[in-house]
Write a protein that binds this ligand. Sequence first.
Ligand SMILES: Cc1cc2nc3c(=O)[nH]c(=O)nc-3n(C[C@H](O)[C@H](O)[C@H](O)COP(=O)(O)OP(=O)(O)OC[C@H]3O[C@@H](n4cnc5c(N)ncnc54)[C@H](O)[C@@H]3O)c2cc1C
Length: 496
Amino acid sequence: MHSKKAGKNRSYLTRGGELRSTRGSGDDDDVIIVGAGVAGAALAYTLGKEGYKVRVIERDLTEPDRIVGELLQPGGYLNLIELGLEDCLEEIDAQRIFGYALFKDGKSTKLSYPLEKFHSDVSGRSFHNGRFIQRMREKAATLPNVKLEQGTVTSLLEDEGTIGGVQHKTKSGEVVKAFAPLTIVCDGCFSNLRRSLCRPQVDVPSCFVGLVLENCELPYPNHGHVILADPSPILFYPISSTEVRCLVDIPGKKLPSLANGEMAKYLKTIVAPQVPPEVHDAFVNAIEKGNIRTMPNRSMPAAPVPTRGALLMGDAFNMRHPLTGGGMTVALSDIVVLRDLLKPLINFTDKDSVSKYLESFYTLRKPVASTINTLAGALYKVFCASPDEAMMAMREACFDYVSLGGACSTGPVALLAGLNPSPLCLVLHFFAVAIYGVGRLLVPLPSPKRVWIGVRLLMGASGIIFPIIKAEGLRQMFFPASFPSYHRAPPKKGSQ
Ligand SMILES: Cc1cc2nc3c(=O)[nH]c(=O)nc-3n(C[C@H](O)[C@H](O)[C@H](O)COP(=O)(O)OP(=O)(O)OC[C@H]3O[C@@H](n4cnc5c(N)ncnc54)[C@H](O)[C@@H]3O)c2cc1C
């Protein structure tokens, strides 16, 4: 880790053009960032590069070892380039991802990302999450105006509705306060600090059980694999040149016990028979090796409570089902939006004006975030097995629709890849799948039973997508420009 030595003075040019030197005390920080995970580390580098004095407080600066955030979509990779962080994917044995393979009842179909228009380097990337985060932390810490320190933030310092900084426990156990005109909370999916900054409605539709498969070839190298299994999807993708991540979705919050062997039994008897034969033995070996990890899959629409002096970013702010691997892409895209908004500001001391101005962040982020969020929620529901014949017909229709190729394949894949931030396009494809499903039920002969299944399919499809759109905010999603905050100008220089 490239951390700066305490007390070492280095000079840097501030946003106002004045030459400052970094100081150990950090009492004139422009921004405090809580958490140096995907969002916090990328944000620290981004704001540091913009010339702000950034203080990052991270609970644990050692390399994380987690089963989350291992596949970055091409849209996320483009954001990484935009932020100048793409070299953080070098030297970590990251693998290039060119699309997905979808499996259903022994059939498979390959869905390539539409990357023709991009530089040959652009594709998805998959890797060990901890290695990627560590590279971003190291890169942020190379900037003289970014100070990265280990500590656990215990609360936000609030005075009459304005956040003035944080209280945190240092590595040595001392409880201290840190002040800055802007605090950005990026403390992840289990955030303890989000409560006052948003209205959290966390849903946990399922859990992922994670295994690492060694020495096996995936049927489609350099592709993500999604198995439409019963009761719910199974994912495979490489995370290094020798390892494949497997994530098994288990609906609900309750998991078979790891301790008494129920989980291993479930994986061997229910899941193993459904995985592609090419990875079967490696899958069983991974179960026997015993390194089984679990994570709840959370989803939470963004419902900010705009607050002077503070912002929420990353999973602390907004979560979606990880089936489509969209979380990091949303977080990085949000950072690009925020960076562009902050560009005209010299500092954040006029908290009132800055807070009002930053309300536009919530609308400007919507095209990318709501497309990825809605797709993740809708696809998860469609991809789960169901006792309802109509929902099984929808799942079948989805598989066959994307297998048609052409726009039926590239359209949905571009949405998933974060390459087409268009909620309208998403809704059109979703209902095209539903209508395709109904059409197949009615051809060649529409029996009353099949007509009824078709009606239920349409009702089921609507029942899936409309509540997600409602939670995302219909107007923000489809008519963002109708919000006054969308057009808000930065505060005048004199007021900062
Ligand atoms: C099972 C699973 C699989 C996923 N797979 C993918 C995927 O393949 N692709 C993808 O794009 N997304 C994926 N995601 C989502 C992705 O992991 C998140 O969107 C992403 O990690 C969010 O980044 P973050 O910085 O908000 O949170 P994190 O990366 O979790 O970082 C939060 C940081 O805050 C620190 N912290 C927490 N509390 C405090 C505190 N009080 N004080 C100081 N520091 C604190 C933590 O130590 C941590 O370093 C997955 C999610 C899950 C659950």
